[in-house]
Design a protein around this ligand. Structure first.
Ligand SMILES: Cc1cc2nc3c(=O)[nH]c(=O)nc-3n(C[C@H](O)[C@H](O)[C@H](O)COP(=O)(O)OP(=O)(O)OC[C@H]3O[C@@H](n4cnc5c(N)ncnc54)[C@H](O)[C@@H]3O)c2cc1C
Length: 478
């Protein structure tokens, strides 16, 4: 076995690992990026990008299907499953190709293929090499959680998100287990493409939402879009010939249904097992995840750093990229470890309508017993939303009493991806609700709905006037 000596070893060439590589390389040329799977990242290969490609096809189908609301009749609408999946795969391959090109442009001596495992502090075994590293960055990502019994019972009829994007056509029917971000996005997209879908969730949760009012609206919207069991319990699955038989209890009743496939989307677990972390000389916390500081990426005072989905903290692309860069930079400059501020939280679900969470969530504010007031708006009567026939949704905004600081928001509704950005930026720039209201709002836009919610919030903070009902000079339906 050969020995490789390096200043910084990075385990995992995903988004966080690639960011870490760039960060570390600003300090040293002795960097080693270790990858056990194919290059290309979860995001490009089986995550953000292919899922959005499938959703884009679903949106196209929906726009055509709902054109009748505007008096536009489209005859003979069909969804060509093979063409849909061909585009998903070919665009996905294009995105993956760019990532692979980038990694392969890095010096060969900086890259090692193989599954890395700690054998001692600063020592890894990976592929055919023993790696002696001054510092190590763990950026191993996460994997879908699938109950072993389901795999045994269903064989190839049990699928995860990775499998969907390799389909050559659309199936007739799928049971999607898990109404979190991934399950929700895929279930809604497949349903819009004409696949018979049932979405099975637990504890009435929809996506990442924690606000009970927004959550209730989201449940109603999803239930109107597809068969949705938000409180499925005791799910039992079995193979029945070519079918998957799904049995569950909900509201005291037994439900049984058959599908072509069962898509398991009931959560992801960090890739911390089989890494030999017990030999790494670091403290492990809940679920075997190393204890670390999110502002430095450092594990205790050790020369080990961690970044991305493996931390089980905010499993999002931009967070993985930032955390990777911070961890790599600090691994490179170790022991001169620097604190780096993190961005305001922002999460978007590409459901229809979209869901967004910006700043602190309702649950987080409750947990820290924050003294808050709330403003809200429904989108059923909102002017621009009605114009577009996309008038469904609800937004709640949170502000701090006495300071008037804007703290966060949760929403399901039209243009949530854009409103989410405005609100996350407002949190990051520490704006007050009044400062946000003093900013421009065009007419007629969906953001006028946000303004209504902010006005109500300012009033509830005792910092603004009673909002005018159906304010005409604010624009009809604002
Ligand atoms: C279906 C889906 C949709 C998503 N949509 C969005 C979205 O719209 N927006 C968004 O912000 N985020 C989205 N995400 C989340 C986003 O993709 C992740 O947050 C991000 O890709 C995490 O990057 P990472 O570097 O932590 O992990 P990864 O990109 O998974 O990289 C980890 C790498 O480590 C390697 N590895 C693991 N163990 C070892 C080992 N022992 N030795 C060597 N290599 C190892 C793996 O092979 C892998 O290449 C989505 C995820 C999924 C699954």
């Amino acid at each position: 076995m050969r020995t490789i000596e390096t200043d910084v070893a990075i385990i995992g060439a995903g988004t966080a690992g690639m960011g870490a590589y760039r960060g570390a390389r600003e300090h040293t040329e002795r960097v080693l990026l270790i990858e056990s799977g194919p290059y290309g990242t979860t995001c490009a290969r089986v995550g953000c990008m292919p899922s959005k490609l499938l959703i884009a096809a679903a949106e196209a189908a929906h726009v055509v299907g709902s054109a009748g609301a505007f008096g536009v009749q489209v005859a003979g609408r069909t969804v060509d499953g093979e063409a849909v999946m061909r585009r998903v795969r070919s665009e996905r391959d294009r995105f993956v190709g760019f990532v692979v090109e980038t990694v392969e442009s890095w010096p060969e001596a900086h890259r090692l293929r193989g599954h890395a495992r700690f054998t001692a502090p600063g020592r890894l075994q990976a592929g055919d090499a023993e790696v002696r590293a001054g510092r190590v960055v763990i950026a191993t990502g996460s994997h879908p959680v699938v109950p072993v019994q389901w795999r045994e019972a269903l064989g190839d009829r049990l699928i995860v998100n990775d499998d969907v994007f390799d389909w050559h056509t659309l199936p007739r029917s799928v049971a999607v287990v898990g109404a979190g971000v991934i399950g929700l996005e895929l279930a809604l997209a497949l349903a819009r493409l004409g696949v018979r879908v049932r979405l099975l969730g637990r504890r009435e949760r929809v996506g990442p939402l924690s606000d009970p009012v927004v959550g209730a609206k989201a449940r109603a919207i999803v239930a109107a879009a597809l068969p949705f069991t938000p409180n499925a319990e005791h799910i039992h699955v079995a193979r029945d010939g070519e079918d998957v038989r799904v049995e569950c209890h909900a509201d005291g009743e037994l439900h049984v249904e058959r599908f072509d496939y069962l898509l398991a989307a009931a959560g992801r677990a960090p890739n911390v097992h089989d890494l030999g972390l017990e030999h790494a000389g670091i403290d492990l916390g809940c679920g075997g995840i190393p204890k670390f500081d999110r502002f430095t990426g450092q594990c205790g005072a050790s020369p080990v750093f961690i970044a991305g989905d493996v931390t089980a903290e905010r499993p999002l692309l931009h967070e993985a990229a930032d955390a990777g860069r911070i961890a790599g930079d600090n691994a490179g400059r170790y022991p001169d470890v620097r604190v780096r501020p993190r961005r305001a939280p922002l999460a978007i679900v590409f459901s229809e309508p979209q869901i967004m969470m910006a700043g602190e969530s309702f649950a987080e504010l409750n947990a820290r017993k924050a003294d808050i007031a709330i403003g809200e708006v429904g989108f059923d009567d909102q002017g621009r939303s009605r114009v577009m026939a996309r008038n469904s949704g609800h937004l709640r905004v949170y502000g701090e009493r006495h300071s008037g600081a804007f703290l966060g928001a949760e929403m399901i509704g039209p243009a949530a991806e854009h409103i989410g950005h405005l609100l996350a930026w407002s949190v990051q720039h520490r704006l007050t609700v009044q400062q946000m209201l003093d900013s421009p709002f065009y007419h007629p836009v969906v953001e006028e709905g946000l303004r209504s919610a902010l006005r109500q919030l300012n009033r509830n903070l005792q910092m603004g006037p009673v909002p005018v009902e159906r304010c005409l000079d604010c624009g009809p339906g604002a």
